[in-house]
Design a protein around this ligand. Structure first.
Ligand SMILES: Nc1ncnc2c1ncn2[C@@H]1O[C@H](COP(=O)(O)OP(=O)(O)OP(=O)(O)O)[C@@H](O)[C@H]1O
Ligand SMILES: [Mg+2]
Length: 332
């Protein structure tokens, strides 16, 4: 596909989970975990997904990785609908898209040495002859900032940051184009986080990688991502390039998330009136009517209680789903 085709294109994605109860496992309801989400990630760029716990970020990632079935909508990778791929295309897709998760301790097999963890995909997919595997493992460790002797260590012998480097090396073994990072640095200490973020950025530049980056730390997402989508209860509340999104958020929910982050400047903090985000995220099994955010929104009006606001442009490339702030600009 041409470089103008986004590497990943998600359109009106819906993922529903049945709620089952009792011995007979009768379906008693449905959780609409992802409720019509769309975004595009151009090749070589990073797209961030943020939002409170339970808003559907991981479910979007799992649908992209084909670990969960989409109930509706389309996911196109390099222009190809992944639901329509034949077996060879699917096999190729599974190597072109890799994932790095939050807790490398649970995603790395504790009984395998680092060398085996990293070389397993090379062997399974026959990417390298046996004679070249050792050198390839050394190369992958090296580009992830670990010395060759780490090949003999087991996950429990490494620190959290080192384990995450191994998780990244294992993902890179497949020579992927898209890496889905689901809270990949969230469990790490701040100084270690910064090192892993630098590594991800260096790898992106050197290898031309594309990232779907999920995180709850807005400053991390702002730093690493070109575009950001803010999810609330399975829907996209706002989506825009990072700078305008953080400098001039247009959805009250985005504003509330930004307000919740303390500013490092004490002068700023002193005079600041913090409007806390009140209440909890409602259950996606029983969402509110109209705009899902309306019960917690400071700008709520009658219309918000009854009508779902569309995700429309407020500036070119800046989308927001809000009746009050989402003043639609004529499309160019
Ligand atoms: N397999 C499943 N079966 C039933 N419900 C599920 C399943 N997976 C997720 N959910 C529900 O879907 C909703 C979205 O969950 P998801 O894990 O995608 O949220 P998240 O944004 O990643 O949250 P967090 O920030 O805590 O990781 C939640 O209400 C969750 O309970
Ligand atoms: Mg999650």
């Amino acid at each position: 596909m041409s470089s103008a085709t986004p590497l990943l294109e998600v359109e009106n994605l819906e993922v529903n989970f049945a709620i089952k109860k009792g011995l007979m496992q009768r379906t008693v309801g449905v959780v609409r975990a992802v409720n019509g989400v769309s975004f595009k990630i151009p090749r070589g760029t990073s797209f961030g997904l943020v939002g409170e716990s339970g808003c559907g970020k991981t479910t979007v990632a799992r649908a992209v990785l084909q670990l969960v079935e989409a109930s509706a909508g389309t996911i196109r990778f390099d222009g190809q609908d992944i639901a329509k791929m034949d077996a060879p295309a699917l096999k190729k897709f599974r190597s072109r898209v890799q994932a790095v998760f939050q807790d490398p301790f649970s995603s790395l097999n504790p009984r395998m040495s680092t060398g085996r963890i990293i070389s397993e995909p090379l062997r399974v997919h026959r990417l390298k002859p046996e004679s070249e595997i050792k050198a390839e493992v050394t190369r992958l460790l090296d580009i992830c900032g670990l010395p060759a002797r780490f090949a003999d260590l087991y996950p429990h012998e490494m620190s959290g940051g080192q384990r995450q480097r191994v998780g990244i090396a294992r993902a890179l073994a497949m020579n992927p184009e898209l890496i889905v990072c689901d809270e990949a640095v969230s469990a790490l200490d701040v100084s270690i986080q910064a090192q892993i973020i630098n590594l991800l950025e260096d790898l992106q530049k050197e290898l031309g990688l594309t990232y779907l980056f999920i995180g709850h730390d807005l400053s991390v997402v702002r730093h690493i991502c070109d575009q950001v989508g803010v999810m609330y209860l399975g829907r996209m509340a706002e989506a825009a390039p990072s700078d305008p999104l953080f400098a001039k958020p247009r959805h009250p929910y985005t504003q509330a998330l930004i307000d919740a982050v303390p500013n490092p400047d004490p002068d700023y903090e002193q005079g600041r009136e913090i409007v806390p985000l009140e209440g909890e995220v409602p259950s996606p099994a029983n969402p509110p009517s109209g705009c899902f955010f309306h019960p917690r929104c400071p700008l709520v009006t009658d219309r918000c209680r009854s009508e779902v606001p569309p995700l429309d442009p407020v500036e070119p490339g800046h989308l927001a789903a809000c009746w009050e702030t989402g003043i639609t600009v004529p499309s160019a």
